[in-house]
Design a protein around this ligand. Structure first.
Ligand code: ADP
Ligand code: MG
Length: 313
């Protein structure tokens, strides 16, 4: 490599200033040292993005840096954890300094907003593969799981649904939209719902982040909680971009099946709704039984776990 691994890490990934109170020792030794405060426990998560599998070849490095961190912070948000530090494993085909600078800019741009430190990692040569492990804090015993939804709960989501899926279609050249910019922004630069997660930790019964699509992820809540879910299609929060896409193509399933939005889906007692101090939309309710059903114009459609209608092609 043109630049030694050590110089590469120093130049692009070693922070001049560590910002998180839990960091005792950052990049530079054999291990980082992280202080767990009294009365807290750790939430740990990891996600890998492989070129050609999880992102399109040639994708802008700045967007990759942002998204790699965002998808991990979204996992912390869905548990109600407060993000504090990350470790980064980079596999690179070659040392491309412009690429590294852009990647680091995307990563640190988001990290600094949440006082998240990059405290270590690993660097190897090979096909472009990006792995990030995130560490968050939870007060002991307080968290938001997939397994605690209760019959009678309201099902809610943050933000709007289907925008990232539409962005992917636009990026692949499968659809042209006058609203391309907002959909592409949602696809390339998802925003982890950290603040909502922290509020929900003490108010909601169950929560998950929408990475695979509303129905697929809500299905995990129903399975883990041994309940069923009913969604009211007309209540789904849709952007102008997604409404325009559905009106043009007739593909109304997009907001049910498209992934990558990284909004939160959560369930809680109806009387707790007044305490939610962030924007949300109620989209349905938890019932007894199994599976996820959607009411569309009053007609019930039983869906499979991917969100498609049973028996449809
Ligand atoms: P070792 O050989 O002991 O595993 P390395 O030479 O791989 O150490 O790494 C040196 C330091 O740089 C360590 O603190 C390690 O955590 C950090 N590091 C290596 N790669 C990365 C990376 N991609 N991002 C952040 N820190 C990294
Ligand atoms: Mg070592």
């Amino acid at each position: 490599m043109a630049l030694s691994e050590f110089n590469l890490i120093d130049r692009y990934f070693k922070q001049a200033q560590l910002t998180n109170a839990q960091t005792r020792l950052g990049i530079g030794d054999d291990c980082a040292i992280y202080a767990v405060p009294e009365g807290f426990e750790l939430a740990l998560t990891m996600d890998t993005m492989v070129e050609g599998v999880h992102f399109l070849p040639g994708c802008a490095a700045e967007a990759l840096g942002h998204k790699l961190l965002a998808v991990n912070l979204s996992d912390l948000a869905s548990m109600g954890a407060e993000p504090s530090a990350v470790l980064l494993a980079l596999t690179l085909p070659a040392v491309d300094e412009a690429w590294l600078a852009d990647f680091a800019q995307g990563l640190f741009g988001l990290a600094q907003r949440y006082q998240v430190d990059l405290i270590g990692g690993d660097t190897t040569r090979g096909p472009l593969t990006l792995t990030l492990q995130a560490i968050g804090l939870l007060p002991c015993g307080r968290n938001l799981r997939r397994s605690a939804a209760q019959v009678g709960d309201v099902i809610c989501v943050t933000g709007t649904l289907g925008d990232a899926g539409l962005g992917l279609k636009i990026a692949q050249g499968d659809f042209a939209s006058p609203y391309a910019e907002t959909a592409l922004a949602q696809f390339y630069r998802p925003e982890p719902q950290i603040a909502a997660g922290l509020v929900l930790r003490d108010l909601a019964h169950a929560g998950i982040d929408i990475s695979d699509g509303l129905v697929a992820d809500l299905w995990h809540i129903t399975e883990n909680s041994a309940v069923a879910a009913e969604i009211n299609y007309e209540a789904l929060p849709l952007s102008r971009a997604v409404k325009h896409y559905i009106a043009t193509t007739g593909d109304w399933s997009l907001p049910l099946v498209a992934g990558d939005d990284y909004q939160l889906c959560f369930t809680l007692s109806p009387e707790k709704l007044v305490d939610l101090d962030f924007a949300y939309t109620a989209i349905g309710k938890i019932t007894s039984g199994t599976g996820v059903a959607v009411y569309k114009h009053g007609v019930i459609q039983q869906l499979n776990r991917r969100g498609y209608e049973h028996f449809s092609a």
